[in-house]
Design a protein around this ligand. Structure first.
Ligand code: PLP
Length: 386
């Protein structure tokens, strides 16, 4: 049996690889603490679960869902965009339900990138911005992200020969894995750049709801002219502790939404309508859980920063968003060798920064989605292994 070359060209999916290593150690009876994947450890809020229970009793929800999302779900997403960001989005032409934003990211490549064409990808970013390109025979241009430039992906240094063959650019702030945030001026420059070079901007706002110390993330679509060149992705995964439910949405530029919808209608059959009903409750129901989650992550962030400081591991800046702490690897290690050492000697999983792209080299990512006592135990173990 011969598989397609595109499969051979893929690196192992980061978190599948982490799961594999964890399973090997766990089988040996070793207690592994995972600070690898960002998967909320607390439950989906009860009012959302209750909405789902009710929704599953409706026989209409047992049939194939709408490809683009139910009119009620899309209207609720538009209403949320209005309430949360004061952004107007037409729920019929500028809104599309996604089976999680990962699915949307992957399918955007089929909609926009022909073989040999480039996608501009943050130097450290969510892995699917890269693997999605591999899947369609596309090329990746890694936009440098450095501590000096505040981990803002430097699109302006992209060479003209790459730009001539570039179709799409991913940005994502608040950022995974660095936790950096962007300001309006950066977004405005990106819009002007995309107009100049005829690019679609995909702004991945997966962490829009997670902010600390009073920080509240904005929407890319708030910026003037954004809808001319951009779509934005939102997800219920991190905002409402719904990673397992698989529900998100894309909104913005109508032409791009239509193209993505065309791909999806030929490949998948939409989000289970009962899940869409539950997501409506998440988006338009009580929002107290968001503040509660943020208080919890802020406490964990402080705990981790304090503990890292005590053991001499540097962080480039204090994060005010996302569920990650981005820390420097000590002198003499690479991201991968330090992550491997911690796994072998401390039985703690952290994500090697280099797995997110070339700008991630020299860093590790620590996820805050682990109970406080386990986080403390993990840092203690790391300390003992240094
Ligand atoms: C930046 C970013 N985008 C997208 C996703 C995918 O989220 P989901 O498919 O659960 O909506 C993640 C998940 O960690 C992420 O970090």
């Amino acid at each position: 049996m011969r598989t397609a070359q595109r499969i051979d060209n893929l690196p192992p999916y980061l978190f599948a690889e982490i799961d594999r290593k964890k399973a090997i150690l766990t089988e040996q009876g070793i207690d592994v603490i995972s600070l690898g994947i960002g998967d909320p450890d607390t439950a989906t809020p009860d009012h959302i679960v209750q909405a789902m229970i009710e929704a599953t009793k409706n026989p209409a929800n047992h049939q194939y869902p709408s490809y683009v999302g139910s009119p009620r779900y899309r209207a609720a997403c538009s209403e949320w965009m209005k309430r949360r960001f004061d952004v107007e989005v037409d729920s019929t032409t500028e809104m599309l339900a996604l089976i999680g934003s990962k699915e949307g990211i992957a399918h955007l490549f089929t909609a926009f990138v022909d073989p040999g064409e480039y996608t501009l990808v943050p130097g450290a970013g969510y892995p699917v911005y890269y693997t999605g390109g591999v899947m369609v025979g596309g090329e990746t241009w890694w936009m440098p992200m450095t501590e000096e430039n505040g981990f803002l992906a430097d699109f302006e240094s992209t060479p003209p020969e790459v730009l001539a063959k570039a179709k799409m650019m991913f940005l994502s702030y608040p950022n995974n894995p660095t936790s950096a945030i962007a300001n309006d001026e950066y977004f405005d420059r990106a819009i002007a750049f995309a107009k100049q070079h005829d690019l679609l901007i995909v702004h991945d706002n997966a962490y829009s709801e997670i902010g600390f110390d009073g920080y509240v993330a904005s929407s890319f679509l708030q910026r003037p002219g954004a809808k001319d060149v951009a779509i934005e992705l939102f997800s219920c995964s991190k905002a409402y502790n719904m990673t397992g439910w698989r529900v998100a949405f894309a909104c913005g530029n109508a032409q791009a939404i239509k193209a993505l919808g065309t791909v999806k209608s030929n490949i998948d059959s939409g989000v289970f309508t009962a899940v869409q009903d539950a997501a409506i409750e998440a988006l338009l129901g009580p929002q107290d859980s968001v503040a509660e989650l943020n208080a919890m992550y802020q406490r964990r962030r402080d705990l981790v920063l304090d503990a890292l400081d005590k053991i001499g591991i540097e962080v480039p800046f204090k994060p005010v968003a996302t569920i990650y702490v981005w820390a420097k690897v000590p002198e003499g290690y690479t991201s991968a060798s330090f992550a491997a050492k911690i796994l072998e000697e401390a039985h703690v999983i952290v994500a090697a920064g280099s797995a997110y792209g070339p700008s991630g080299e020299g860093y590790i990512r620590i996820s805050l989605t682990t109970p406080d006592d386990r986080l403390e135990a993990a840092i203690e173990r790391i300390k003992n292994s240094l």
